[in-house]
Design a protein. Sequence first.
Length: 109
Amino acid sequence: MKARARVKVVYHPEWPSGPQAVPAHLIIRTKEGKEYSGERNYPIGSSEEPLTIEQVRQLYTKYTKGILPEEQIAITAEAILNLENLGDVEELMHTLTFSRNVRERKIQK
């Protein structure tokens, strides 16, 4: 957070801006005069650059932490990633909708 306070963001007037601007250009100039640049043609997570399974898992964990117990996060993530192999979604739905009263039973694959 300390580093963020030292960052100044300047939008180039000729480049598209905003979260969906394509291509996205980035130039970093240090106080010492060094310059680093990069460009991204598509946002990460778009159909052109889809997330990996591990990235999906990490996002799911990030947004369910504090809502579900760790063990249930892992179990529900696996169930969601393998829905086509899940015989019955009742246990999964119960866990996701009534997480404060999570039962000890594990979701069967």
